[in-house]
Ligand binder design. Sequence first.
Ligand code: SF4
Length: 329
Amino acid sequence: MLDAVHAAVPPAPDPFIDLMPAAGVKLTPRHYSYLKISEGCNHHCKFCIIPDMRGRLVSRPAHAVLREAEKLVDAGVRELLVISQDTSAYGVDIKHAEKNGHRAHITDLARDLGSLGAWVRLHYVYPYPHVRDLIPLMAEGLVLPYLDIPFQHAHPDTLKRMARPAAAAKTLDEIAAWRAACPGITLRSTFIVGYPGETEAEFRTLLDWMDEAQLDRVGCFKYENVAGARSNALPDHVPDEVKEERWHRFMEKAQAISEAKLAAKVGTRIEVIVDAVDGEGATCRTKADAPEIDGNLFIDEGYEGLAPGDIVTVTVDEAGDYDLWGRRA
Ligand code: SF4
């Protein structure tokens, strides 16, 4: 479809991408590539200095993003990792302008990227209401059923002190709606424990929320002051030993959830992408695993002939806390 569009309306030269070689400059292996869709952020979370460093949201035009993605796919990329500081806000700054037939809105962009034939993985998606519109694209198979969505905390007072934009969102209701629309969806998130003023009761709310939310993948950071962040000046900083203790309690829960979720995959057949092959086996990832941050699926036998970038079906034989083992189906 994009070829037809480009045949009718050749893409205009764009210095933003044309300074790079045809396949772009990539620091990642050839079969996957990061695709930056915007820079900067319009929010003011108190613990974050990105808006001060990078400025307000500046979105790339949709046709330029698509053109880069097409070049990457033509050069052999099998997985596109969409990144930004705030992926769901894509296009807000340019009023979701349409150019060369492509509207700068995350739902439209995700659909267009999904038509290229590569895996498309969305990172740093904010829990705004319109995220619901992305889930059907996942259910359709256009975009990977994977949402990297930074919740940071679950207690409304903590979120308010963080000045998080989605502080009032009913996140558990949203999660239930996403799962209803796309039962196989994998949810990854990051959290901060020991944020200034976090009480034991607030922290317990977060643990209870985790019990309900049953997130598949979780990263957790102990709060630290960052030079220039407004949270530094908040009262009631949490002592280091309390942060440490909360971090362990949180991770224990997150690990138990991950372990149970992975155990449930034993015996199923799933598609994996091969990242590396050596004399010991093939290191792969399922659609539920982003490179460098999530787990792996290892094939120890019958991996001969596989190469990085291959997408194959495996039967899962064994599960650990964060990784899987399997054989070609
Ligand atoms: S944490 Fe994310 S949303 Fe908040 S200000 Fe920083 S970049 Fe923006």
